[in-house]
Design a protein around this ligand. Structure first.
Ligand code: BG6
Length: 495
C-alpha cells in the first residue's frame, strides 16, 4: 500500500482515546510497515508538555493497550522520533500559530506531496471551533493534501448533526471528511460484505421469501464506568443505536453494490436507512423498550446502579438499555422484523447478529424424531467470539432417525492463526490512503438521526416511571423479552 508522506495531527493528544486506541494503532501500523517513510505525529492539547514527556505518555499507552503487548525499546525509539507535541488552546485561537509553524516545517521537509490528517479526538463541542481555526489559519488544504477525522458523537440530534455537517462542508469538501464509526473497522464487520457479496450461495435466499427475522444484539457487561458525564446526556439510543447498530443493520439489509466504490457502497447503505419505517406513537409504544440498570452482583462483586455512578444525575431518566423493532419498507424486506437491542451491565459482553430463515414448507419426518427443532439460522458473531455459524438440522448418528440442530462453523481463530488488526488500525490506514468506504457520509448520519428522533423525543419528554428496571448482570428489562416474544421469538444468545 502506497501512502504519501503524512502528518497526523491529533487534537485531544493527551486524552484517553489517543492513549488507548490511536497511539497503539499508529505504532502497530508502523511496526507492520504501513506508515510511509516520511511521517510525523503531532499531539496537541491545552497542556504544556515537552516532546519527551508526550512520547513517554504514548509509550505507556501503547504498552498498556496494544494488541501486541509491550513495545521493543529500540524500535519504539525510532518511532518516537516522529512524534512531536505542541500546545493548542482552541479558546485562544492564536495558539494555532505554533501548530501551523510545525506543520509547515514538516511540509518543507517532506515535500509537496505531503498530506495532513487532523484527528479530532476531543469533546464534540470543540469540533466546530477546531474546524474554524483550521480554516482561519489556512490549513484546510484540498482533497489531496488534507483530511479531517471526526469522532462520534456526530451531533446529539438531527438538528445539531445538520448544523455540524453544514459547518464542516463549508470548510472542507465531503471527500475530506471522515466521520468515524469504529464498528465499521472491525474485522468481522467488514467480513459481512465479503460473506454476502463474494458468495453465490446466500444472496438468492437473502430476502423476505426465505428470511423470517433478523436480530442484532450488542450487549456489554461493563457499566458506564467513569464516562457518566458524557453518557448521562446521551443514553443507549444515541451512544450505540444511532451509529454502530444501524450501520450493522445497513450491512445486513443493503442491496448488492455494483462495485466496491466508497460512494456506491454508501449509497446502498443510505437506501436502507431511507426505507426504514418511521416511528409513530403506536410503534414507540409497542416496538421500543428502554431500560436502566439497578445495582447487582457481577463476578462476586456488588456494582452500583446507574443512578449511583460517578457524574450521573441521581434521578436520571437516561436509558442504559434499548430494544427496538424496525422494518425496512422495500421490495426485499417488506414485513420482516429487525430486532435490535443493546445495553450496559448485561449478562454477557457480545455482539451477535442472528438471521433466522423460514421453516421448511412441509415437515416430512414424523413428530418425535426431532429432539429440538430449530429453523435454519445464520449467526454472525462479531465479538468477542469471531465466527460465522450456519445452524442446520442433521441426523444424529445411531440406528434411529433422530434430528437435532448442528453448527457449520467458520471461526477466525481456527482458520487464520494470526491476530486481527484493531478497528482503529484499519480505519487510520483508510484515512491515510483516502478510502472513505468504512466512514459515514453526511446523509447517512442525518438519515439515522431522522429515523430515531421520534423515539429520542418521546423518551426525553416522558420520564420513565419504571426506572431502574433491570438488575446488573441480567438480560435487561422484562419488556424486552415481551417485545420479541409477542411475535413468537426469543432473543438469541451464544452459549
Ligand atoms: C462506543 C460507545 O462507541 O462503543 C461505548 O460510546 C461502548 O459506550 C463502545 O462501550 C463499544 O465498543 P466495543 O468496540 O467495545 O464494542
Amino acid at each position: 500500500i502506497n501512502v504519501k508522506p503524512t502528518i497526523v495531527v491529533i487534537f485531544g493528544g493527551t486524552g484517553d482515546l489517543n492513549m488507548r486506541k490511536l497511539a497503539p494503532a499508529l505504532y502497530n501500523l508502523y511496526s507492520d510497515h504501513f506508515m510511509p517513510q516520511e511521517f510525523a505525529i503531532i499531539g496537541t492539547s491545552r497542556k504544556k508538555l515537552e516532546d519527551v514527556k508526550f512520547r513517554e505518555m504514548l509509550k505507556e499507552g501503547v504498552n498498556s493497550f496494544s494488541r501486541n503487548g509491550q513495545v521493543e525499546d529500540a524500535k519504539w525509539d525510532v518511532f518516537a522520533e516522529h512524534v512531536r507535541y505542541t500546545p493548542v488552546d482552541v479558546s485562544a485561537p492564536e495558539t494555532f500559530a505554533g501548530l501551523k509553524e510545525l506543520i509547515e516545517q514538516y511540509k518543507t521537509d517532506f515535500g509537496e506531496q505531503t498530506q495532513v490528517l487532523y484527528y479530532l479526538a476531543v469533546a464534540p463541542d470543540l469540533f466546530p471551533l477546531i474546524a474554524e481555526c483550521i480554516s482561519r489559519y489556512d490549513l484546510a488544504g484540498n482533497e489531496e493534501t488534507c483530511r479531517i477525522v471526526i469522532e462520534k458523537p456526530f451531533g446529539r440530534d438531527l438538528e445539531s448533526a445538520r448544523a455540524l455537517n453544514k459547518l464542516l462542508t463549508g470548510i472542507f469538501t465531503e471527500k475530506q471528511i471522515y466521520r468515524i464509526d469504529h464498528y465499521l473497522g472491525k474485522e468481522t464487520v467488514q467480513n459481512i460484505m465479503a460473506f454476502r457479496f463474494a458468495n453465490s450461495l446466500l444472496e438468492p435466499l437473502w430476502n423476505r421469501t426465505y428470511i423470517d427475522h433478523v436480530q442484532i444484539s450488542v450487549t456489554e457487561q461493563l457499566g458506564v464506568g467513569d464516562r457518566g458525564g458524557y453518557y448521562d446526556g446521551a443514553g443507549a439510543l444515541r451512544d450505540m443505536i444511532q451509529n454502530h447498530i444501524l450501520q450493522l443493520l445497513c450491512l445486513i439489509g443493503m442491496e448488492t453494490p455494483v462495485n466496491f466504490d466508497a460512494d456506491e457502497i454508501r449509497n446502498k447503505k443510505v437506501d436502507v436507512l431511507k426505507a426504514m419505517r418511521p416511528f409513530n406513537a403506536e410503534a414507540i409504544r409497542f416496538a421500543t423498550v428502554r431500560g436502566q440498570y439497578t445495582k447487582g452482583w457481577v463476578e462476586g462483586k456488588e456494582v452500583p446502579g446507574y443512578r449511583h455512578e460517578k457524574d450521573v444525575d441521581p434521578e436520571s431518566n437516561t436509558e442504559t438499555f434499548a430494544a427496538l423493532k424496525f422494518f425496512v419498507d422495500n421490495w426485499r424486506w417488506q414485513g420482516i422484523p429487525f430486532y435490535v437491542r443493546t445495553g450496559k451491565r448485561l449478562f454477557q459482553t457480545s455482539s451477535v447478529i442472528s438471521i433466522q430463515f423460514k421453516d421448511v414448507p412441509h415437515h416430512i419426518f414424523p413428530s418425535g424424531v426431532s429432539e429440538h427443532w430449530q429453523q435454519n439460522r445464520l449467526i454472525i458473531s462479531i465479538q468477542p467470539e469471531m465466527s460465522i455459524r450456519l445452524q442446520v438440522q442433521a441426523k444424529r448418528p445411531g440406528l434411529d432417525m433422530v434430528l437435532n440442530p448442528v453448527d457449520m462453523v467458520f471461526d477466525y481463530k481456527g482458520t487464520y492463526n494470526t491476530s486481527t488488526p484493531e478497528a482503529y488500525e484499519t480505519l487510520l490506514l483508510d484515512v491515510m490512503t483516502g478510502d472513505q468506504t468504512q466512514f459515514m457520509r453526511a446523509d447517512q448520519v442525518e438519515s439515522a438521526w431522522e429515523l430515531l428522533m421520534p423515539v429520542i423525543n418521546a423518551w426525553e419528554n416522558k420520564k420513565s416511571l419504571s426506572f431502574p428496571n433491570y438488575t446488573a448482570d441480567s438480560w435487561g428489562p422484562e419488556d424486552a423479552e415481551a417485545l420479541i416474544a409477542r411475535d413468537g421469538f426469543h432473543w438469541f444468545t451464544l452459549p
